[in-house]
Design a protein around this ligand. Structure first.
Ligand SMILES: Nc1ncnc2c1ncn2[C@@H]1O[C@H](COP(=O)(O)OP(=O)(O)OP(=O)(O)O)[C@@H](O)[C@H]1O
Ligand SMILES: [Mg+2]
Length: 284
């Protein structure tokens, strides 16, 4: 079964009185266990698409189905966005950033999205986004502290005992090669090590899908090769069975993927299935 399905997804950004159509009607499926990439030139809509798959950004139209759950079913995206826009404008004038976030989408949809993000989606950002005051162990543990209120969307780790959670975090630290760095803060780690923490944190809830927006953009080629090889190992690990979806214009990542959705100017140019290489090649 597909773990991510997009049907005719569109994204229009308001830009003053004009509109930017960043994504113009995109459909594709990602099956469980794929090592997949959304690839295309700068400005083609990769990050916009990945943010919509990750439920960070709302589509303007279309359907997004995550592991059989039709995320926006029962909600009118058009009027939700209009309302969000109205509230944003209103709140921005009053400069109340927290209220802006709270008011942006209806509570019921907000709860569904928050729960789904936690139970089904892990994120790896190009700037790592670790919490500076927490050490490696605590950064990895962090998503487990945000327990879902919606029990139907709880993650498998929520039912672990404290000891089992500790063992699971140690297992992940070992997987990403950071066992000896447990007590260190992000500022004491290299870029590659920080990205390893981010990978372990993305895996900690046992989310079936891990999303990574240009994961090697801030790494040199040696660290990029190590990070990609680690992600490929995790993808193949029968205990984890994690699906990876990258947004990238790095040909070396694209070459490693077994499914590549090539996009151009907000549309799918080619939906390609192939055998991905095991190695992150050298730059030409
Ligand atoms: N918040 C926004 N408001 C207005 N326009 C936006 C916004 N975010 C993105 N866009 C526009 O949408 C289009 C797609 O942007 P996006 O960031 O998804 O491209 P990308 O493929 O990820 O590019 P890159 O490879 O440079 O990261 C661009 O034309 C961009 O200017
Ligand atoms: Mg981008």
């Amino acid at each position: 079964m597909a773990v991510v399905t997009l049907e005719n997804v569109k994204k229009v950004y308001p830009l003053g009185k004009q509109k930017v159509e960043a994504v113009k009607g995109i459909s594709f499926k990602i099956e469980k266990g794929e090592f997949a990439a959304i690839s295309g030139p700068s400005g083609s809509g990769k990050s916009t698409l990945l943010n919509m798959v990750g439920l960070i950004d709302l589509p303007s139209d279309g359907r997004i189905i995550i592991d059989g759950i039709d995320v926006y079913d029962g909600f009118d995206l058009g009027s939700t966005l209009l309302e969000a826009d109205r509230l944003n404008n209103y709140v921005e004038k009053k400069d109340k950033a927290s209220q802006k976030i709270k008011n942006t989408i209806p509570n019921k949809l907000d709860r569904r999205i928050t729960a789904l993000r936690r139970s089904h989606l892990g994120f790896i950002f190009q700037t790592f986004n670790l919490i500076p005051v927490l050490n490696v162990y605590e950064n990895i543990e962090f998503p487990l502290l945000l327990e879902s209120k919606d029990k139907s969307l709880a993650c498998p780790v929520d039912s672990f005992t404290r000891k089992q959670k500790e063992e699971w975090i140690h297992f992940l630290m070992d997987k990403v090669g950071l066992s000896e760095w447990e007590k260190h803060k992000p500022s004491e780690l290299s870029g590659g090590q920080r990205q390893r923490v981010a990978i372990a944190r993305a895996l900690v809830t046992k989310a079936p899908v891990i999303l990574a927006d240009e994961p090697t953009a801030n790494l040199d080629s040696v660290n990029s090769a190590q990070i990609l090889s680690l992600m490929k190992d995790l993808n193949r690990d029968p205990d984890l069975q994690t699906t990876f979806i990258f947004s990238t214009h790095d040909k070396r990542i694209v070459d490693m993927c077994d499914h590549v959705v090539h996009i151009f100017d907000g549309l799918v140019k080619q939906d390609e299935y192939k055998t991905g290489s095991d190695v992150y090649g050298t730059a030409e």
